[in-house]
Every structure is written in structure tokens, then in C-alpha cells.
Design a protein around this ligand. Structure first.
Ligand code: 13P
Ligand code: SF4
Length: 312
């Protein structure tokens, strides 16, 4: 639905030569005024080819920061500067340096849900869309994987390499319990279960498909029945319902809400467009070093194809 505020945003966006990027977990009304809605990988990839001078990034801080690192010449605005990611905050550059010192010479793969300072200490980045692919592309039998231990455990099932895991978790996906999946499956018998790999291993073990947020769209389209159980943040239901209107989507748990993602509103999007405030900046030396693992991820991901459960 187009409201007065969304019309104002769209007009101002054109006047200011701005583009709006939004993550799949954003509020529905924010997704609806965005030029591009996607998962972390798609949004990072898009950062490289933007024509506009200003990017309003509707997501959490590490996503806007990654955009700035990949497109340093752009002005990146984050409508809510306190939209952080508790998973990214489970590891510091100092913590990663300590882990590296304990395992000298072992390459480090860092999930994109991390600060620029942590990326700067890493050899490769990955997202949930390419983690196994990135790990398997590395010429080493042992790999340090940080900070999400659940994603790391999932990758461990699909690689011969030994992963040394950092013990970080997403507080949102971690909340979902096997009992909830059992309950919802009992109500919706035969429904396909699609889970994000940030869920706990026993929850992931119950899923029919494990993939990044955007990949849930084609997987739902291909689902055999008319009902799909979704085990990720509730914002994902909006792009799913839009893209796959013929299916019925069930959120596995009411606890699947990321409060940080919801800090972005139409009001604060309009405010940063008007004021130009909330610019995301990264120290140039840190950005230069953090660009290397991000670029390596993009290079590994380019043009490579894998099978279904190996997709993550
Ligand atoms: P995606 O990369 O799958 O969009 O996930 C990002 C995220 O923050 C999951 O919690
Ligand atoms: Fe971070 Fe979890 Fe929120 Fe994703 S859902 S942004 S990993 S806290």
C-alpha cells in the first residue's frame, strides 16, 4: 500500500540520487519502498554495481558496513545506527587474533555477520548462501570458522575439512526448539520444512531444506505441497508471500523476530534521506584489509553451482 510517507521517500530518493537496499527481514512497508530486497550475499554483490551516489541501507550495521567496504566511494546511510547484530558482537578482532595465535597458519573463514575489524583479520568471508562453497575452495585441511557455530556445524557436515568453530550464535535462531518444529509439523502434516542454517543443529536436522533467506523463495515454489514451514526471522514471510502467493506459509515459532532488524522504519528512512545523517564510515586501513576476504568470497561464488543441501 502506498502511503504519504512512502511517496515522500520515493520522491526524495530520486531527488537525492539515492538507492534503497533492504534485507529480507525488514518490516514489510520498508521492503516495499526498497529498490532491492535480498539476502546478505545478494546485497553485498549489489553494492559493487550501484549507479546512485547514496545508499540507504535497511538492515543491520554489519550489512551497511560491508556495503561501504565494497563501494567506498558511495555515501552509505543506516536509518538506525543502533541496529546491530548480537551474533556479530560475539567476536572481536582481539578474540580472533588470539584464536589465530593458537592455530598458526590456519586460514580463517568469517561469516559476513561480523564487524569490519574482524573481517580485516580474516582470510575469507562467507554468507549463508555460500559458506560450504567457500570452505571447500580453500587449500587447507583445517579451517577456522567464526563466529556462528551453528552455521559452522552445518558446513562441517558437508566438507571433509576439519572446522575449528568460534562459539557464537544468533539469539533469534537459537531460540527455536525441536519441540516447536515437532508441534508445527504435527499440525501441518506433510508440509516442507525450510530452515536457516543459523538454527541449532537438531532443528537443522529436522529440516527438508537448509538455505539462505533468498533461496527459500525458489525452494518454496518447488515444494510439493501447498504449505511450507519457515524456520527463520518473520520478515521473510513478506517476500515469500509476494513471490509465491499460491503457497501457505507457517512461521515455526513466534520467537523468530530480530528486534534489531525492526529498528528501521519508514520514519527513520525518510529522516536520513532528508538530513543525510547516519553515514556509515570504516577506517580506510581496516576497510582495505576487510575488502580482501569479501572480494575472495565474491570471486569463489561467481559462476559456481552446487547441489541442494550443499548449497549453503
Ligand atoms: P541471510 O544471509 O540468509 O539473508 O541471513 C542473514 C542473517 O542475518 C540471518 O540471521
Ligand atoms: Fe543478527 Fe540473528 Fe538478527 Fe540475523 S537474525 S541480524 S544473525 S541477530
Amino acid at each position: 500500500m502506498t502511503t504519504a510517507i512512502s511517496r515522500q521517500i520515493l520522491q526524495l530518493k530520486r531527488e537525492k540520487d539515492a538507492v534503497i537496499l533492504a534485507h529480507n527481514y525488514q518490516r514489510s512497508e520498508v521492503q516495499d519502498i526498497a529498490d532491492i530486497v535480498g539476502d546478505s550475499f545478494e546485497l553485498a554483490l549489489k553494492a559493487k554495481t550501484l549507479e546512485q551516489n547514496t545508499v540507504v541501507f535497511c538492515g543491520v550495521h554489519f550489512m551497511a558496513e560491508s556495503c561501504k567496504i565494497l563501494a567506498p566511494e558511495k555515501t552509505v546511510l543506516l536509518p538506525a545506527m543502533d541496529a546491530g547484530c548480537p551474533l556479530a558482537d560475539t567476536i572481536s578482532a582481539e578474540g580472533l587474533r588470539r584464536l589465530k595465535a593458537e592455530h598458526p597458519g590456519i586460514p580463517v573463514v568469517t561469516y559476513i555477520n561480523s564487524t569490519a575489524a574482524v573481517k580485516a583479520e580474516s582470510d575469507y568471508c562467507c554468507t549463508s548462501a555460500n559458506a560450504t562453497r567457500v570452505v571447500n575452495a580453500i587449500d587447507s585441511d583445517i579451517v577456522i570458522f567464526a563466529p556462528d557455530a551453528n552455521l559452522g556445524s552445518f558446513v562441517q557436515q558437508h566438507t571433509r575439512k576439519k572446522l575449528l568453530l568460534w562459539d557464537g550464535h544468533c539469539i533469534v535462531h537459537q531460540r527455536v526448539l525441536v519441540e516447536e518444529i515437532l508441534q508445527v509439523k504435527a499440525i501441518h502434516e506433510g508440509a516442507l520444512v525450510i530452515a536457516h542454517p543459523e538454527c541449532q543443529p537438531d532443528v537443522v536436522g529436522m529440516a527438508d531444506v537448509v538455505c539462505s533467506t533468498s533461496k527459500m523463495i525458489p525452494e518454496s515454489k518447488a515444494a510439493p505441497g501447498d504449505t511450507v514451514i519457515i524456520v527463520t526471522e518473520e520478515g521473510m514471510l513478506h517476500p515469500l508471500k509476494k513471490a509465491v502467493p499460491e503457497k501457505h506459509f507457517i512461521l515455526a515459532s513466534p520467537k523468530l523476530i530480530c528486534r534489531n532488524m525492526k529498528k528501521i522504519t519508514l520514519e527513520n528512512v525518510l529522516k536520513v534521506l532528508e538530513s543525510g545523517e547516519n553515514t556509515v564510515n570504516v577506517d580506510p586501513m581496516t576497510a582495505k584489509r576487510a575488502m580482501v576476504p569479501l572480494e575472495r568470497m565474491l570471486a569463489i561464488s561467481a559462476g559456481t553451482k552446487t547441489s541442494k543441501k550443499m548449497e549453503v
